[in-house]
Ligand binder design. Structure first.
Ligand code: C2O
Length: 365
C-alpha cells in the first residue's frame, strides 16, 4: 500500500558500512539522542539570494560569506552545525546511510532520482543558510546563486563564479575556493550544458546553452517530467526516476565542476560524487540555482500563442508527496522534521531570488 516516506531515525544507521577507503570517511551524522521537533514557519527577515557572479564583486559580502565558513569549519565535528556534519547530510541521505523507518526490508533512504529531490535539497539549503547566518550574526544572510543558466557574454553566470575561484583573495586560498575541482574549468571557461556536442564557436555555445535550458525547464510541463517520479514508502531507488530538474543542468554542472584530475580522490570529486560533493561550498550555490529553477518553472506564464503552451506547471498534489518527511539540524542544534507540503512556497520560508533580465533569455528562446 502506498504511503508517504517517514522521516529518518538517526539511531537506525547503516553508515558504518559505507566508508570511503582513502579518506576513512563514512557518512554518519551526530545522533542527538533527543526526539526531533516538527518544523514551524517563522517570521524572519526576507533573505534575498542574489547571483554569485554579481556578488563576487561585492567584497563585503564575499568576506562575510567566507567568514561564515571559517566559523562553521571551526566547530567540533560532533556539533550538527559543523561543516563536517553539514556535508555528511548529503552523503548520508544519498549513499544510503539510514534505513527507512518501519520497513522490515532494510530499504535505505535515498532522496535523489525522484520527486523528493527538489524539496529535500531546498530544505537542506534552508537550514544550511540559516546556520551560516546565525554564525555571523546576520539573520538576512542569503546564499549566493550560481546562475549557470545565464548566458550573458563576458562575465555572466555561465562561468565558475569568481568568489569560488582559487585566485580569489590574492594568493591566499579562501574557504570558498578550498575544494577539489577541475582546474581546466576555472574562469573564464564557459560551461557547456548540452553534452551532445563540443562547439568551437562561442556564439554557438551560448545559443546551445539557451536552447538546452529551454528544453530542460520550459518544455517539461508535467510535474513527473520536471520534478521526477513518485517516491513512496517501501520504494527502492531503482523504481524511482529523476526529473528534468535533476538530470539536466544539475548533473552536468556537478561533473563539470568536479575533477579526478589531481588523482587525490577518484570519481570526479568533490562536486562530481555523492560522497564528497557537499564538501565544496560551491555545491550550495549550485543548488540554490537548481532551487531557483523550480520557482521559475512554477511561475511560467501560460501563453497558448507560444511553444510554452497552455498548461500551468504545478507541484504534485498526491498525499504521498505532501506528507513525506525529511530531517535536518537547525541553527539551535535541534533535529527538525519537515513535511514536503511545508517546502513548496519560498515566501513562507522567507527567502526569494533576485531575477535578472537575462534570466528571460532562455525562457523565451
Ligand atoms: Cu544531492 Cu546536486 O545533488
Amino acid at each position: 500500500i502506498a504511503a508517504p516516506v517517514p522521516p529518518p531515525n538517526l539511531s537506525t544507521k547503516y553508515c558504518e558500512a559505507i566508508p570511503d577507503e582513502q579518506s576513512c570517511e563514512n557518512c554518519c551524522l551526530p545522533d542527538l539522542l533527543k526526539a526531533p521537533i516538527d518544523f514551524k514557519f517563522e517570521d524572519l527577515p526576507m533573505r534575498i539570494r542574489k547571483p554569485a557572479h554579481i556578488l563576487s564583486k561585492d567584497e563585503e559580502y564575499v568576506k562575510k560569506y567566507n567568514q561564515a565558513y571559517v566559523l562553521m569549519k571551526g566547530l567540533d565535528p560532533d556539533d550538527p552545525r559543523s561543516f563536517k556534519a553539514q556535508w555528511h547530510i548529503h552523503c548520508a541521505f544519498c549513499m544510503g546511510a539510514y534505513f527507512e523507518p518501519n520497513n522490515p526490508n532494510d530499504i535505505k533512504l535515498q532522496y535523489h532520482y525522484s520527486w523528493a529531490f527538489a524539496p529535500w535539497h531546498r530544505m537542506y539549503l534552508y537550514f544550511h543558510e540559516r546556520i551560516l547566518g546565525d554564525l555571523i550574526g546576520d539573520k538576512s544572510f542569503a546564499l549566493p546563486v550560481w546562475n549557470w543558466d545565464n548566458q550573458q557574454e563576458g562575465d555572466g553566470g555561465n562561468q565558475m563564479p569568481w568568489m569560488f575561484a582559487p585566485l580569489n583573495f590574492g594568493a591566499t586560498p579562501s574557504e570558498l575556493s578550498n575544494a577539489i575541482r577541475n582546474p581546466e574549468h576555472f574562469p573564464p571557461q564557459v560551461v557547456r550544458l548540452d553534452p551532445c556536442c563540443y562547439y568551437e564557436d562561442m556564439g554557438i555555445v551560448y545559443d546551445s546553452n539557451l536552447a538546452f535550458m529551454h528544453r530542460a525547464v520550459v518544455s517539461s510541463v508535467s510535474s513527473t517530467n520536471f520534478l521526477g517520479k513518485p517516491y513512496r514508502a517501501g520504494q527502492t531507488e531503482d523504481t524511482n526516476g529523476p526529473g528534468s530538474i535533476e538530470e539536466n543542468g544539475h548533473n552536468i554542472i556537478h561533473s563539470w565542476t568536479g575533477s579526478n584530475y589531481l588523482k587525490i580522490h577518484p570519481n570526479n570529486s568533490d562536486m562530481g560524487t555523492f560522497l564528497f560533493t557537499a564538501k565544496d561550498p560551491i555545491f550550495y550555490s549550485h543548488h540554490a540555482n537548481v532551487d531557483r529553477l523550480w520557482t521559475v518553472w512554477k511561475s511560467l506564464k501560460i501563453d497558448p500563442s507560444t511553444r510554452r503552451g497552455s498548461r500551468k506547471r504545478e507541484d504534485p498534489t498526491d498525499s504521498d508527496f505532501l506528507d513525506t518527511q525529511f530531517a535536518f539540524y537547525n541553527h539551535k542544534k535541534e533535529l527538525v522534521n519537515v513535511k514536503i507540503s511545508q517546502t513548496l512556497h519560498t515566501d513562507r520560508l522567507c527567502y526569494k531570488y533576485e531575477a535578472l533580465d537575462s534570466d528571460q533569455d532562455w525562457i523565451n528562446y
